[in-house]
Ligand binder design. Structure first.
Ligand SMILES: Nc1ncnc2c1ncn2[C@@H]1O[C@H](COP(=O)(O)OP(=O)(O)OP(=O)(O)O)[C@@H](O)[C@H]1O
Length: 272
């Protein structure tokens, strides 16, 4: 288990509950979630399908009001999209504007933030360079592969200079090789920029490869089943890390927890 001291806590989720709708048709998506992350941490979240991972991220991002409980960023309650937070979703095709070029897509949130033109130009160029897209600023998203489009979405988030970046299954729609490249890109950006990262994924191997901690969620209504510390060397690469016996042990452990969560869901359904 990881304990987070109150002094360096950045994000805190306390007693979060989210119920959609009311009356007999209500869905309790999240029952009672409590965890915290320190500044600069990389925390991955896994859990069975429908466990409420997207609901949790939307509450953290201030896009959805919780039914009860609280999310704080730097001790300030989150009640709308907070400054200093950026989100990358799975569906890059819908999150990019097809009528804007790559550079214009990255630039848009900076314009909305009121960043001066010269500074915007620098941030757009630097972030496109950071994701390996320095040579296509004038292309349109639909002219690029899926992996490249997701890089544009990442560049847009990075250019915003967030303190915390939320990613909701960002690589679920790309092929395996592209996914491995994007995982390494995220680790690299996290190291270089010193941001805090909260990364939701279905993929247990991906969670362990990327994270310093993996929060395993139960099935709906959701609680944290276990907060697993990923005690792998900080320098990771696709071959060595994934062949490390410790990686296999962690994967077996997390896999067992997710299976346990699914069985809990099956038992709940049988009892209903
Ligand atoms: N707008 C909504 N109205 C009613 N129920 C909803 C709404 N959004 C989500 N739900 C329900 O809440 C539960 C959790 O959904 P959510 O999308 O947060 O889970 P998830 O863990 O992200 O799922 P997946 O792993 O399949 O992406 C599901 O039962 C879902 O049907």
């Amino acid at each position: 288990m990881t304990t987070t001291t109150s002094t360096d806590e950045l994000l805190s989720v306390r007693g979060l509950r989210k119920v959609y709708g009311s009356g007999p048709g209500a869905t309790e998506a999240v029952r009672d979630l409590t965890f915290a992350t320190r500044a600069g941490e990389m925390v991955c979240i896994v859990g069975p399908s429908g466990a409420g991972k997207t609901t949790l991220l939307r509450c953290i991002a201030g896009l959805l009001p919780p039914t009860s409980g609280e999310v704080t960023l730097d001790r300030h309650p989150v009640s709308g999209p907070p400054e200093g937070m950026a989100v990358v979703f799975q569906d890059y095709a819908r999150s990019l504007f097809p009528w804007l070029t790559v550079a214009q897509n990255v630039d848009l949130p900076l314009r909305e933030k009121g960043v001066a033109r010269a500074e915007r130009r620098r941030l757009v160029a630097e972030s496109l360079d950071a994701v390996g897209l320095a040579d296509v600023p004038n292309s349109y998203p639909w002219q690029l592969s899926g992996g490249m489009q997701q890089r544009v979405a990442i560049a847009r988030a990075v250019a915003y200079e967030p303190r915390i970046l939320l990613m909701d299954e960002p690589f679920a729609a790309v092929d395996a090789q592209t996914r491995a490249d994007l995982e390494d890109l995220v680790r690299d950006l996290w190291h270089r920029l010193g941001i805090t990262l909260l990364f939701v994924t279905h993929d247990i191997d991906e969670a362990i490869y990327l994270g310093q901690r993996v929060l395993v969620l139960s099935a709906r209504p959701t609680v944290v089943l276990e907060d697993v510390t990923v005690d792998l060397p900080e320098t990771r690469d696709q071959l060595t890390t994934r062949n490390d016996p410790r990686f296999h042990a962690l994967r077996t452990h997390v896999h067992g927890l997710v299976q346990q969560a699914k069985r809990g869901e099956a038992a709940r359904r049988a009892a209903a």
